[in-house]
Design a protein around this ligand. Sequence first.
Ligand code: ATP
Ligand code: MG
Length: 564
Amino acid sequence: MRFSKAFIPTQKETPADAIIPSHQLMLRAGLMRQLTAGVYMFLPLGQRALLKAMQIVREEMDAIGGQEFLYPALNPESLWIQTGRRDIPNFILSIKERELVLAPTHEEVVAWLAAMHIQSYKDLPQIWYQIQTKFRNEPRPRSGVLRGRQFIMKDSYTLDTSWEGLDKGYDLHAQAYRNIFTRCGLKFFEVGASSGAMGGTGSQEFMIESESGEDAVVRCKKCGYAANLEIATSSIPLAGRLGASKPTAEIHTPNVRTIDELASFLKADHTRLAKSLVYRHNGQPVLILMVGNDQLNESKLSAALAGGEIKAMDAQELKALTGADAGSIGPVGLRRFRIIADKRLESANNLIGGANKNDYHLGNIDMERDVTLDGYFDLRTIEDGEPCPTCSSPLKISNAIELGHIFKLGTKYSESLNVTFLDENGQVKPVVMGSYGIGIERIVACAIEQSRDEKGIIWDKALAPYLVHIIAVNMNNKDIVLASNQVYKALTEASLETLFDDRPNVTAGFKFNDADLLGMPLQIIVGEKGLRNNQVEVKIRSTNERKMVSKEDLVSEVRKLLAS
Ligand code: ATP
Ligand code: MG
C-alpha cells in the first residue's frame, strides 16, 4: 500500500479523552475512531489487524472441529423471555416496540437452532462458532475498544449428550484458546472465574496482566492458584469460638456509626465484630453478616442468592422496617429479614453486632445460639497478601484484562428452550451445552497494551497490519524514488505485506515518527547514503537494531528477520 494513497490519519497529540495506552495509540496510529460513546469504527490499518486476529481464531476453531456460522444480531425478544434473560440490567438494547433485541451473546439463538434440528445422540457432539458483532449496553464504556457497546466476538457453543462430552469440548476450547493467544504473541494466564449472568457450573477466563484492566485477579506464585477476585478465596482464619459463650448484653455506644469507630470505641478486634449489611433481593429484605471490616463481594453475593435483583436498602426504608439506622442493625431478634452470613463467621461466638436500637450494640452474640440463619456463604472479597487457599503462601492481587471466557453451561438453556435428543435407549434427554467467547478487538488492544514504547506500537508479526514499512526519505531525489519503488515492487511480489511511505512533501523526520508510531515489525529506510553502495537500511522496530542490506539480498533478509 502506498501511504500517499492510503487513509492513515495519524495524530501527534494524545487525544484528551483516551486514558489507557492502547486506546491512545489506536487513535493516534489511525487504527480506529469513536463514533459515539463505546462505538468505534475501524479504519484500514485497524481492520487489517482485526482480520488477522480473526483468521488465527478461525484456524484454531476449525482445528478442533468447529463449524462456522453467522447468527443474526437482531433476535426476537420472545427467545430471551423464555430463558429469563430479557431484563438482565445493561444487557440488551431493544428496538422500538421491544419485540426485537440486539443480541449480547447467542446461547438463545443456538439453542433455538439446536431444538429444531438435533434429534438423536447420533447428531452429537457439535461445535458451532461464529465471529460476529455483539451489543451490550455497558454502563460506562471507557478504555476504548476494550469495553465497547458494540464489539466483535468469536463465540462458540458445544452441544453434547453428556457432562463428560461437555468436559471434552471445554478442554478442546481451553487448548484452542491457548493456541490462539500464543499465536497472537500475547503473554496470558488463566484463572478460575464466576459464571455470572451466563449460569452453569464451571468457568475459566484467559487474562493478560495490565494496569488498564478492569478485572482484578488473584494469584499464588508458589502453587499457581489463580482466580478472578469475583470468586477467589483464601485460607484466612475464621472468627471462630473464643471461650465460653456469655449471655448477650446491650452495650451503650453513643455516636458510634462505622465499624472502625466501633472497634476503637470498644477496643475490640475486628474478628469479634459482626457487621450487618442490608439489601433487598427480588424485593425481599436480606441481612448479610460479615466479619468486621471484611468487604462484601457483590458477585459472590449474587451467586449465593442464585441471581435475581439485588439492591442495597436505603436508610429510610431500613428505618421504616426496623426503627433503627444502618449503623445499629444486627441479626438478633430481627424480624422480616432473611439472614445470611459469611463463612468466616461460621459458629463464631462472643461477637458484637447491632442491637436494632440506635446508639446500642449487642455483645456476646453466638451465631449458633442467637441467630436464625439461612446459611453461611463465601461472601468476602479477599485482600492482597492473604494466605493462598491451597498452599498458604501470600496471594497477590493485580489488574487484568479478560481476553476470553469459557463456560460449562450444562442444561440451563436446553431446558428453557427445550433442546433435547433421544439417547441410545430411546430416552429423551436435554442437550448439555458449553459456551466460549473471545473478544476480537480485545486481542488487538491487548497486543498493543503489551507491546509498545513511548514512540508507538510494536506489532508482533502475527497481527501487524503490514509486515514491512518502507520509508523513502526524500521523494525529490530521483534515485530514492526509483530504488524505493523497486524495493516496494520486490517485497510485494514476494507476498510480503508492505506499506510504502512515498508521501512527497513530508519530511524524513515526520516519516520516521509515523513509522515508529504505526509500529510495523520491520522498517526499510531508503536514503541517499545507502544507495551509493546499492544498500538500504533495515530497522527492527522491537529492538531498534539497524543494518545495511544490499537491494538484491533484501527480500531474503526480510524473510529471515521475520522468521526469527
Ligand atoms: P467483562 O467481564 O469484561 O464485562 P464479560 O464477562 O461480560 O466481559 P463474556 O460474556 O465472557 O464477557 O464475553 C466473552 C468475551 O467477549 C470476553 O472475554 C471479552 O473478550 C469480550 N467482551 C465482552 N464484553 C466486551 C465489551 N464490552 N467490549 C469488548 N469486548 C468485550
Ligand atoms: Mg466474562
